[in-house]
Structures are given as structure tokens and as C-alpha cells.
Write a protein that binds this ligand. Structure first.
Ligand SMILES: C[S@@+](CC[C@H](N)C(=O)[O-])C[C@H]1O[C@@H](n2cnc3c(N)ncnc32)[C@H](O)[C@@H]1O
Length: 269
């Protein structure tokens, strides 16, 4: 058995069926600290390339003419040790990382304090945005005030949707739709696309179609077939909370575990 398969089997055992929807199970892993197999130790290069090369799609974090310094707000749910949050702030966003685990939040602050020099300002004329780490459950409203925003201009999901049991995907889509500002963009780095959904999780196997179907019908509990896939040929009425896919591509760089497999999708209203 490969190391990846071993780690996935151990995660499945730790969480049990539906367990990855329970915040205390994540905190138990973070508090123990010896088994955090998803942690890659750095921001995802696919996000870095997107922020650098696709401003045509997502815009810029701050208008140079805006002397008041109003920056776009970025949000990373389930941010782990916060690498991607710190990357977003180095690009000029006021970035917020949300974690249900208090211990993970401590690791975020350590990363910022000890390795802040790894996140150098990308554009001196824009400067860096703030990085803020907030404790809370993505599905609750309790943390939004402390995050400094009800809605965000840019939301980044990597290894968050796949961490949740498939039965929570419709709630994930509804919450994403609510949290996205009217002109905002949701970036999904789709992973793991090559894992059979019948193998359980986390991470739970995903297909690009899962993002398309759920984000088109936020809140609708779409049925899956016995093999764990969304059946072909089922259509639904238009939904006012729907997000549309603005772009979809395979990134040249990503973490090794998703190499040649990950895709990026960018969503807007
Ligand atoms: C698979 S890890 C990925 C972490 C990070 N995105 C990364 O790539 O390193 C999923 C993270 O989501 C957090 N999490 C799980 N459920 C959550 C929830 N309901 N609200 C906020 N965070 C949650 C967990 O504590 C865990 O750190």
C-alpha cells in the first residue's frame, strides 16, 4: 500500500462515517499534531500562478488610484496552517483564514510570526494586505463579524469541500453563495479528482461535475447514485443563488499530490 493510501485509510478510521463533518474530530488531530497528512508546508503554486497571471479574470486586490487603501477581502475556509491566507495577503488582499480548530489557528500565527519573510510583498505599489485568522465553523454565522466582513470578494477552496462528507455538499454550496460578494469570485482548486467516491474519505473523491451541479443549485440536496456519482441527465430549475463557472483549466503547477490531475474552476454570479 502506498503512503498516500495508508494515510487515507488512517484518516477514514479516525473520522468514521460522517465524522469529518464534526469539528471536534479535526481538533483532535490538530491537538495531537503527529498526523496532519494534508499539510504541504507551503502555499499551493496553482493559487500563486492564478493570482499572478489571471487578473483579467479576478481583477486586482486594490485600485492604485484608491488612496484610502480599500482592499478586496479574500477568504479561505478550513485554512489549515494558513499558507494560502498569507500568500493572498502578500498579493495585496485583506485575507481571512477560518479554522474550526483552535490549535490550527495557533499554527497559523506561528507560520506568520516565524516564516513571514517567505511571503514577501508581490507588488510594492499595492503593498501587503492584512492577514487575519478566525475561529469558527464555516456553516455558522457566529464568526462573520470577527472576520471583518459578511461577504468576500474572493474565496478560495482547496481541500475544504473534499474534507466534508458528501451529504454536506449542498450546504457548502449555499454557504459559498451567501458569502460571495455580488461581484466576487470563488476559486476552487478541484481535488482529489482521481479518487473513486466509493472509497470514502476524507478526502472524498470529487469530479468537476460535483462543483458544477452543486453551485448551480446551492442548498438543493442533489441525489447521488449507489456508486457515489451524480447521475447523468438530471436537470433542475434555475436557482437565483446559482454561481456560474467563468473559467476552468488544468494548472501547470500544483502540489505534487494533485500533479496532472487537479483542475481550477472560477465562479461568479
Ligand atoms: C484537509 S484540511 C485542509 C487544510 C488546508 N486547506 C490545507 O490545504 O492545508 C481541512 C481543514 O478544514 C478544517 N475544517 C473542517 N471542518 C471545518 C468547518 N466546518 N469550519 C471550518 N474549518 C473546518 C479542519 O480543521 C482542517 O484544518
Amino acid at each position: 500500500m502506498s503512503t498516500v493510501q495508508e494515510a487515507r485509510a488512517k484518516l477514514g478510521e479516525h473520522f468514521g462515517v460522517g465524522g469529518s463533518g464534526k469539528p471536534d474530530r479535526w481538533e483532535a488531530l490538530w491537538a495531537d499534531g503527529s498526523f496532519i497528512p494534508w499539510d504541504r508546508g507551503l502555499p499551493n503554486p496553482a493559487l500563486e500562478d492564478l493570482l499572478k497571471d489571471r487578473q483579467d479574470l479576478i481583477g486586482i486586490p486594490k485600485e492604485a488610484s484608491d488612496t484610502a487603501g480599500k482592499r478586496k477581502k479574500a477568504f479561505v475556509p478550513g485554512c489549515g496552517k494558513g499558507y494560502d491566507v498569507l500568500l493572498l495577503s502578500s498579493f495585496g488582499y485583506d485575507a481571512v483564514g477560518l479554522e474550526v480548530s483552535e490549535t490550527a489557528l495557533k499554527r497559523c500565527l506561528e507560520e506568520r510570526d516565524k516564516h513571514g519573510d517567505k511571503y514577501a510583498v508581490r507588488d510594492a505599489s499595492l503593498g501587503a494586505g492584512k492577514s487575519n485568522f478566525v475561529a469558527g465553523d464555516f456553516f455558522s454565522n457566529e464568526w462573520t463579524g470577527s472576520a471583518g466582513a459578511e461577504q468576500f470578494d474572493l474565496i478560495y477552496d482547496y481541500t475544504f469541500l473534499c474534507a466534508l462528507p458528501p451529504s454536506m455538499r449542498h450546504q457548502w454550496a449555499l454557504r459559498m453563495s451567501h458569502l460571495l460578494a455580488p461581484d466576487g469570485h470563488l476559486i476552487c482548486l478541484e481535488f482529489p479528482l482521481s479518487k473513486n467516491p466509493n472509497l470514502g474519505g476524507p478526502p472524498f473523491g470529487l469530479q468537476s461535475k460535483v462543483y458544477v451541479q452543486h453551485l448551480a443549485q446551492p442548498g438543493l440536496d442533489i441525489p447521488y447514485n449507489a456508486e457515489g456519482y451524480i447521475p447523468e441527465g438530471v436537470t433542475y430549475p434555475d436557482n437565483p443563488a446559482a454561481l456560474k463557472r467563468a473559467a476552468h483549466w488544468q494548472p501547470a503547477r500544483t502540489h505534487e499530490i494533485g500533479k496532472d490531475q487537479d483542475w481550477i474552476s472560477v465562479w461568479h454570479r
